[in-house]
Every structure is written in structure tokens, then in C-alpha cells.
Design a protein around this ligand. Structure first.
Ligand SMILES: NC(=O)c1ccc[n+]([C@@H]2O[C@H](COP(=O)([O-])OP(=O)(O)OC[C@H]3O[C@@H](n4cnc5c(N)ncnc54)[C@H](O)[C@@H]3O)[C@@H](O)[C@H]2O)c1
Ligand SMILES: [Zn+2]
Length: 368
């Protein structure tokens, strides 16, 4: 099979810079990409989303890895958010022990954000930390695989236990996105749109021009999209790895988005909730005189073309729902002293942090 174009970018991190390699068909050469950074005597554990077994992606990875490394164990992770648990982490630790993983071992995650977050959490904590490699298989995972945040959920809430543990490499095979259901694909596009709005008007324009080709999974368009979108994320996190300031801009759409996700667990994908959130937060910016109406118009048009929702059905007729959502936003773990703070766009490509947004402005933002 012919390999397409490959794009590479470097992410600076405290624990050492790492590369993101994006291209069509790169997974079957995973061993070659690892060769420069992982010694042949290292023991490897591949954690993969078991839904991928149907497409034999794990087999592609295992065949390549076993051609170069002596001990390569595999762990099939049940699909879905419920796998991001301490209980599942416990099962992974046991499997790592059984496979003989020591402090010099390497854990690889083949899957979406769930697999990456859980396997990364285990890599961060097993024997006080072993090396970690991301092999993302969803579009949304371009967001989760860069930046080094890893976590599991508690029954009380998402991502409540975690660590910062940067990967040594992110190898992104766009060919695997062909089997990703359109709804999951759209969900990942929401984060790319976010990256355009917060920092890169050219990325936003690229999405406007390429949405249809992206849904058709054109490999060169996907490679270009992921390269540009990863670059925005990489730029932000390398300037603020530990989330002291700038990294907050990545939360555009997420203050409202997290409240919507809490509403009916699982009713919306993360990206769908963020899409509604970005639209609501853009209307807040407009109501506060920070953005002209064309920002909301362009964003709304792009979200629709990317098959994402722009409104919360019934929110205009349901004041109780709006009260409840605002209460969730005040409780957001990132909210300071229950204030309503938002990342608001002032134009496509620029955002501003605004604290103490009046409650009635927030409630008015759920409908156009
Ligand atoms: N660490 C971070 O910085 C960060 C950032 C954003 C999101 N996240 C986390 O990421 C998670 C969501 O990630 P996600 O949307 O990738 O979810 P996911 O890993 O659950 O994948 C979504 C679905 O797609 C399936 N799938 C994956 N790859 C596929 C493929 N190539 N073909 C067919 N089906 C495939 C999976 O089995 C699953 O059903 C959440 O837990 C969220 O908290 C973390
Ligand atoms: Zn997100």
C-alpha cells in the first residue's frame, strides 16, 4: 500500500520534547518510528479499544511491534467512558505485572480519548511512571493525545483523579479514521473548530473550505487538518504545560459544554456539547459588545456543515433548565469562587478571558 504525505510537529514539554507524526498508513510502520526512541530490550504493553479488533488495527500494531521488540503484551479495553475508572486501572496494573513490565517498560494506547486517558494514567503511576506512546484512532483524540493530561473518572465526576504525563511520541494514522462513525467524527471536528476560533483564522477557513472532503475521509485533507489543529494545541500547551494561565483558552465552549454534558449523561457526545457551548459563549460575547454578529454567523454555519448542534432544544422555553445549567457552571472545577468566567471570542482567531459575566446574559445565550 502506498503511504501518503506525512506531517511532523514537535511539542515542547518539561519532561522532554516529543513528536507528533501524522499520515496515511503510518501505523504499520510503528516499529520504525519507535526505533529511535525506544531500545529493543524494552517490554511493551499495547492497550487497545476492543471495538477496534473488528478492523484488526491492533493486529497491525502488534505485528509491527513484534517484528522489533521481544516482549509485546496486549490488553483489550472494553469500549466506552465507563472504562476510564480506577477499577479498570487496577486491572491494567495487574496485567502489566503479569507481562513483566518493569520501570523501563513502555505503555502504548491505541484508541480514542478514553484509551489514551486511562492507559496514560496507568503509565503515569505504574512503578512511579513508565514511558507512554499515543496511537490515536479518533478525531477527538488529536485534542486528548497532546498536552500530557491523563485521568480516570470517579462516580462523583469526570477526570477527578489524574496526572500530567506527556507521551514520548504521538503517531496518528489517518487511515484509521475511515471506520470512525460520522457522529464521532463530527464530535472531533468540534475541537478543531475550537482551535480555529481561539487561535487560527486560517484553520477556521480551511474547515469552511474542506468540511465535505473531510467527512469523505480524504487522507491528505485529514493530515492537513490534524497537523494544523495539533499545532494550535501544541503551541498553547508548550507555553503553559501545567495550566497556570494561557491553557485556559482551550476551554472555549467548555464552560457551557461541561454543564450540558452533566445534564443527561451520555445524551450528547463531548464534541456536541462543546459545539452548543461554543455557540452560546459566542452569543455571550456578542451580548457584551465584544464580538460583531458575523462571528456567530460564521461559527453557526460551520458547525451545521460539520453536522453539529448549535442550540439546546427547549432551552428557550425552560427557565428551570437554564437555572440548572448556570448552577452547574458555577460549580465547574475551573470556576473561581462560583463566578461565571468565560473564554469569549472577539473575532475568529482571537479570544479573551472575561470574569463575572452577568447571569442574565448567560441565560440569554441559549437561544439566538
Ligand atoms: N486528556 C485530555 O486532554 C482530553 C481532552 C479531551 C478529551 N479527553 C477525554 O477523551 C474522551 C473522549 O474521547 P473520544 O471521543 O476519542 O472517545 P472514545 O475513546 O470513547 O472513542 C469514541 C468511540 O469511537 C470508537 N472508536 C475509536 N476509534 C475508532 C475507529 N478508528 N473506528 C471505529 N470506531 C472507533 C470507540 O470504540 C468509542 O466507541 C473523554 O473521556 C474525555 O474526557 C481528554
Ligand atoms: Zn474538549
Amino acid at each position: 500500500m502506498q503511504d501518503g504525505q506525512i506531517r511532523r510537529l514537535q511539542v515542547e514539554a518539561d519532561a522532554g520534547a516529543y513528536e507528533v507524526i501524522i499520515g496515511d498508513g503510518v501505523l504499520h510502520r510503528v516499529d520504525e518510528w519507535l526505533d529511535a526512541i525506544i531500545e529493543r530490550k524494552a517490554t511493551l504493553l499495547l492497550v487497545y479499544d476492543e471495538a477496534l479488533a473488528e478492523f484488526l488495527y491492533h493486529q497491525v500494531a502488534l505485528d509491527a511491534l513484534r517484528s522489533r521488540y521481544l516482549v509485546v503484551a496486549a490488553f483489550a479495553l472494553p469500549s466506552g467512558e465507563h472504562s476510564k475508572s480506577l477499577e479498570m486501572a487496577g486491572r491494567l496494573y495487574q496485567s502489566a505485572i503479569q507481562a513483566g513490565l518493569d520501570r523501563h517498560a513502555v505503555i502504548l494506547a491505541l484508541g480514542g480519548g478514553v484509551t489514551g486517558d486511562l492507559a496514560g494514567f496507568v503509565a503515569a503511576t505504574y512503578m512511579r511512571g513508565v514511558r507512554f506512546i499515543q496511537l490515536p484512532t479518533t478525531l477527538l483524540a488529536h485534542d486528548s493525545s497532546i498536552g500530557g493530561k491523563v485521568a480516570v473518572n470517579l462516580p462523583e465526576g469526570k477526570n477527578l483523579v489524574g496526572a500530567f504525563h506527556a507521551p514520548k511520541l504521538v503517531l496518528y494514522d489517518v487511515r484509521l479514521l475511515r471506520s470512525l462513525p460520522d457522529r464521532e467524527f463530527a464530535s472531533g471536528l468540534a475541537e478543531a473548530i475550537k482551535h480555529g476560533v481561539i487561535a487560527d483564522p486560517d484553520l477556521f477557513a480551511f474547515l469552511e473550505a474542506s468540511a465535505d472532503g473531510l467527512f469523505a475521509r480524504d487522507p491528505d485533507l485529514l493530515t492537513e487538518l490534524l497537523y494544523r489543529s495539533c499545532q494550535v494545541k501544541a503551541n498553547v500547551v508548550s507555553q503553559d504545560e501545567r495550566e497556570q494561565g494561557l491553557r485556559a483558552i482551550l476551554n472555549f465552549g467548555h464552560t457551557v459544554g461541561h454543564a450540558i454534558e452533566a445534564m443527561e449523561y451520555g445524551a450528547y457526545t463531548h464534541g456536541e456539547a462543546v459545539a452548543i457551548g461554543m455557540m452560546a459563549e459566542t452569543r455571550i460575547a456578542q451580548a457584551m459588545g465584544l464580538a460583531t454578529p458575523d462571528v456567530a454567523e460564521r461559527l453557526g454555519a460551520l458547525l451545521r456543515r460539520c453536522r453539529l448542534p448549535v442550540d439546546l432544544p427547549d432551552a428557550d422555553q425552560n427557565p428551570h433548565l437554564r437555572d440548572w445549567l448556570v448552577e452547574q457552571m458555577r460549580r465547574d472545577k475551573k470556576a473561581e469562587l462560583r463566578s461565571l468566567a468565560f473564554i469569549l471570542p472577539t473575532a475568529i482567531g482571537t479570544v479573551q478571558i472575561v470574569k463575572d459575566v452577568p447571569e442574565d446574559v448567560v441565560k440569554g445565550a441559549f437561544f439566538a
